[in-house]
Design a protein around this ligand. Structure first.
Ligand code: ADP
Length: 441
């Protein structure tokens, strides 16, 4: 390009002087000189006009002029536009590729912009959500999907767990909604048809609840007769006595299991936003549980403490006067399970500490014991139904294997979590971590 410019300047100078010399022959050097410059200016305007028209057309087709300064210029422009065009084509084909993949999905996909307006939706969105791209693009999402659960879900900042709703297009269809954010403020909403899974889960829940209820009557009859037999067992041989005692033990265990299953089914059947919350003293609740445990396990030492904490040198007063706003019966059941476990799995002189404190903006209620502890390989699975560290342990203590599943379920209903820490032979720590919103101000 540099040489093309030098060449152009030289050409101009030579042309002007040739014009001047010709003019000089007629005694008018400067007129010849100026005429030559004028002719060059007209020819440049002509070139410029053609290059401009070519650029305006998007630099398509063959570039104008083959071998002069303009050729070098248009050559560069043609190179850049060809590169840009190729990049643009690639980008377009990538966008098409992703759109086609989303289009092929059975799940509904909706792209919502930062103002809550629908930007794009695939064809499954018509079937599952009733959103038609052609007519609904540019509309507010909240005007089309009126389910408050979805609107609340979109408004919150945490999308780690999906929500389940009834499809706006069919009452028979159940959807799982999952949202992710991209480009800071854009929302990608996925809706998956989980009707079959939901029916299966409902069937499982109903089955467990029905069987548990049905088992209750025969169990009561069996226990009743066994107790009568036990009361009139004076003339029975010892081997029969042992058998009756064992049968009574096992029927009591089955009774407990049926109670736990019914309680778990009831918890599962409650809607997740069922907030039958009442205000009560945490200390009174824990003390009543301790009193019950001390009656069943008189040799165990149970202590309860409330710890104030410091946040940036500011003392957060936290003591026995603290009140909670939550479901009393559910928390009573969860805490009682943990204290009873601590009592069951410690030796006769076992120590159980219950400590309430505020740490990292959460309410911690920690149940620790100096009992037999749990091998770390079991910790992840402890809250599964019927999971037992080892059956011999449980048959000795009469557990059902449902206690921690119930605790986990209750905590989840309070937006809380259970943290388990344990070392074999040294003891265990079960910490319930609640959001501070549960504290009554
Ligand atoms: P279970 O009714 O059998 O106690 P849970 O669901 O309450 O059922 O507990 C599951 C298993 O976790 C128990 O079988 C027991 O092995 C273990 N476990 C629970 N709490 C403790 C504890 N404090 N110390 C030692 N092991 C425990």
């Amino acid at each position: 390009m540099f040489y093309a410019v030098i060449k152009q300047v030289l050409q101009l100078v030579v042309l002007a002087f040739v014009g001047g010399l010709i003019g000089n022959e007629f005694g008018h050097f400067w007129i010849g000189f100026s005429l030559a410059l004028l002719i060059e200016a007209i020819s440049k305007s002509y070139y410029f006009h053609h290059v401009y028209a070519w650029l305006k057309e998007g630099a398509h087709g063959s570039k104008p002029f083959a071998n002069n300064f303009w050729s070098a210029l248009t050559g560069q422009v043609a190179k850049i536009t060809t590169k840009l065009r190729m990049e643009n084509d690639l980008l377009k084909s990538n966008v098409e590729y992703f759109k086609e993949s989303f289009q092929a999905l059975n799940d509904a996909v909706v792209v919502i912009d930062d103002n809550g307006i629908i930007d794009w939706a695939n064809s499954s969105a018509e079937r599952l959500l009733g959103i038609y791209l052609e007519q609904d693009a540019g509309q507010l999402f909240s005007h089309l999907i009126r389910a408050p659960e979805v609107i609340n879900y979109l408004d919150q900042a945490d999308y780690t767990s999906p929500i389940s709703i009834i499809s706006p297009t069919s009452l028979e269809c159940r959807l799982e909604i999952q949202v992710t954010r991209f480009r800071k403020s854009y929302t990608l909403l996925f809706a998956r048809d989980i009707t079959d899974l939901y029916k299966l889960e409902t069937m499982r829940r109903d089955f467990v609840a029905n069987v548990s209820h049905e088992l209750r009557t025969p169990l009561t009859v069996i226990s009743g007769y066994l107790e009568t037999l036990r009361d009139h067992s004076d003339n029975l041989p010892p081997v029969w006595l042992r058998a009756i005692d064992q049968m009574l033990n096992q029927s009591a265990r089955m009774d407990e299991m049926v109670d736990d299953l019914i309680w778990l089914s009831r918890l599962e059947a409650l809607p997740s936003d069922d907030k039958e919350f009442e205000c009560f003293s945490l200390q009174v609740l824990l003390q009543s549980i301790i009193n019950d445990v001390e009656l069943s396990f008189p040799t165990k030492v149970v202590s309860l403490s409330f710890e104030s904490s410091y946040i940036s040198d500011i003392k957060l007063n936290f003591d026995a006067s603290v009140k909670l706003r939550s479901n009393f019966l559910e928390l009573q059941s969860a805490f009682a399970n943990l204290v009873q476990n601590a009592a069951k799995y410690t030796s006769d002189d076992g120590k159980i500490d219950i400590k309430c404190s505020i740490l990292t903006n959460k309410l911690h209620v920690c149940f620790s014991d100096n009992g037999i502890g749990i091998d770390s390989k079991h910790l992840n699975r402890l809250t599964e139904r019927f999971y037992r560290v080892d059956d011999s342990r449980t048959s000795g203590t009469g557990g059902t294997g449902l206690g921690l599943a119930i605790v986990k379920h209750i905590l989840a209903r309070h937006q809380a979590e259970l943290i388990i820490d344990s070392e074999l032979g040294k003891g265990s720590q079960f910490t319930c971590v609640f959001p501070l919103t549960l504290l009554e101000q």
